[in-house]
Design a protein around this ligand. Structure first.
Ligand code: P1T
Length: 378
């Protein structure tokens, strides 16, 4: 079955009891058991819920995985993966990552004795160089948040397999529609389903897909033990979003490429980061592992914070907000919003400049988006 068909049908078969075409919302905390130790596959909704199961099947199918797990947020899914590790284990993490992932590593897991090294996201070799005897996990985003760097998943998968290390890829920015890390050799894929999978800025969620049975059973145990599960309504909303993922991603990408080209030519713009531009240093790599370049752009405006403030205050369509991947266009200032958990020094080290602006390009008419950006820049 092809991707667009799977997005509509897998996990979303008509309800066997009523024929309901939409997966029912099983708003129940518990399930009557037939006898002690005998039940119909569900005991308690933290452990399992049919609406959540439908979402888990849908996500695993889109990621070409054997197993899927849904969580209450992307951060909860990320926490689940780090929770596979033990005190004294070492993680190598790409240096350009969502601020919340950095916060989790630095302010939660480090105090529990996890060692973390950040590797240069653009240099595959820097991940290899960082490997130690106790390295258990490589964690990357690609494209990265917020600088849209591309990491060579195949090359990292090769390194991680040779060294018996798990490779986890946060695939939130691309979505499985544009990139399927497991098919490139990664072991675990993580999503903030809040973003493109749900697609309408109306729900918080996370998911993991893997074909590694050992990792899956560890993560499944964690899911039930720690309990950060999504409720059935949230699962239902994400499932509904997934049905239109393909058409939305096509439009996000068309609009983003158009806007990136507009920005690149604009005299008030210093630099544009978008993997679909030929000027992007890893454009060719992106083509080898992605089926499209997505809807996220970041750019450096000429000037500093004053110019950023002025620019965002003049936008009308692009809403100033955290998050991304919804049908509406958003603008974000990473240094003070999504990446405020990095110190100024850490941001500078990573190239997140004070004039960096991030856009989540929605699926509105591209001419309206262009006009909004141009009039605010003017
Ligand atoms: O917000 P939550 O659903 O918990 O997802 C966290 C998360 C994980 N991974 C990536 C790559 C993300 O971008 C995020 C959340 N990011 C934003 C809210 C943002 O505006 O970048």
């Amino acid at each position: 079955m092809k991707f667009a068909t799977k997005a509509i049908h897998v996990g979303q078969e008509p309800d066997s009891f009523t024929g309901s075409v939409a997966v029912p919302v099983y708003q129940t905390s518990t399930y009557q058991q037939l006898a002690i130790g005998k039940h119909k596959g569900f005991e308690y909704s933290r452990t399992g819920n049919p609406t959540r199961k439908a979402l888990e099947e849908a996500v695993s199918s889109l990621e070409e995985a054997k197993y899927g797990l849904a969580f209450a947020s992307g951060v909860a899914a990320t926490t689940a993966v780090f929770s596979l590790l033990k005190t004294g284990d070492h993680v190598i993490c790409g240096d350009d990552i969502y601020g919340g992932t950095y916060r989790l590593l630095e302010y939660m897991f480090r105090q529990w004795g996890l060692e973390v090294t950040y590797a240069d996201s653009r240099e595959t070799g820097s991940f290899g160089d960082a490997i130690k005897k106790n390295t258990k996990l490589i964690w990357i985003e690609t494209p990265t948040n917020p600088l849209l760097k591309i990491i060579d998943i195949r090359a990292l998968a090769h390194i991680s397999k040779q060294n018996n290390i798990l490779l986890a890829v946060d695939n939130t920015f691309a979505s499985p529609c544009l990139q399927q890390p497991l098919t490139l050799g990664a072991d675990i894929v993580v999503h903030s389903t809040t973003k493109y999978l749900a697609g309408h800025s109306d729900v918080i969620g996370g998911a993991i897909a893997t074909s590694d049975a050992k990792a899956y059973y560890g993560l499944k145990f964690y899911q039930n033990a720690a309990g950060a599960v999504p409720g059935p309504w949230d699962c239902w909303l994400i499932l509904r979003g997934i049905k239109t993922l393909v058409v939305r991603m096509r439009q996000h990408e068309k609009n983003a490429l158009f806007i990136a080209e507009v920005l690149e030519k604009h005299p008030k713009v210093e630099r544009v980061h978008y993997p679909g531009l030929r000027s992007h240093p890893q454009h060719e790599l992106a083509k080898t592992q992605m089926h499209g370049f997505g809807g996220m752009i970041s750019f450096e405006i000429k000037g500093g914070f004053a110019e950023v403030e002025e620019f965002v205050s003049r936008l009308r369509l692009f809403l100033l907000a955290e998050s991304l991947g919804g049908v509406e266009s958003l603008v974000c200032y990473p240094p003070k919003m999504t990446h405020s958990s990095f110190s100024g020094e850490e941001r500078q080290k990573r190239g997140i400049k004070d004039n960096l602006i991030r856009l989540s390009v929605g699926i509105e008419d591209k001419e309206d988006l262009k006009e909004d950006l141009e009039s605010a820049l003017a």
